[in-house]
Design a protein. Sequence first.
Length: 146
Amino acid sequence: MSYWDKKGEHQAYYEKAWKEFVPPTGPSHCVAGEMLRASSKLYYDLYNNGMGNNTSGPINFLISHKVIDKELYDIIYPWTRGKVYGGSYNENEILIFAMERMVNCTLEHIINNQHLIEQKNTEDMFDYQESMIYDEDDEEDDEYYY
């Protein structure tokens, strides 16, 4: 079961919340929407870019708002600063399992804290972004990365 194939544990709520709280561009108007936007950015980047983009902002936003725990953060964080995932995307792989769990944790956090839907958001998940560790355009780094 994965959100990628539209069979996530809380799929119906995910789709409803996405339509209501996440704008086409930019930060959400409510905290719940920004949390969903952050987890979705990470999830999307895994399946579309192999985590090759800098997604440290979204993961740092989620941990700072206590949406995910340190164990989950420690699994996902190393992949958020340019390290490309080359696995098989099998649900038994730790990163894939962690990403599914991250989306579930986000949705459960919103469901259990309904006030976040009404709470005005004043932040952008990218405010929490760190610099890239690996930049594939830097030939010198390419030589030593592999």
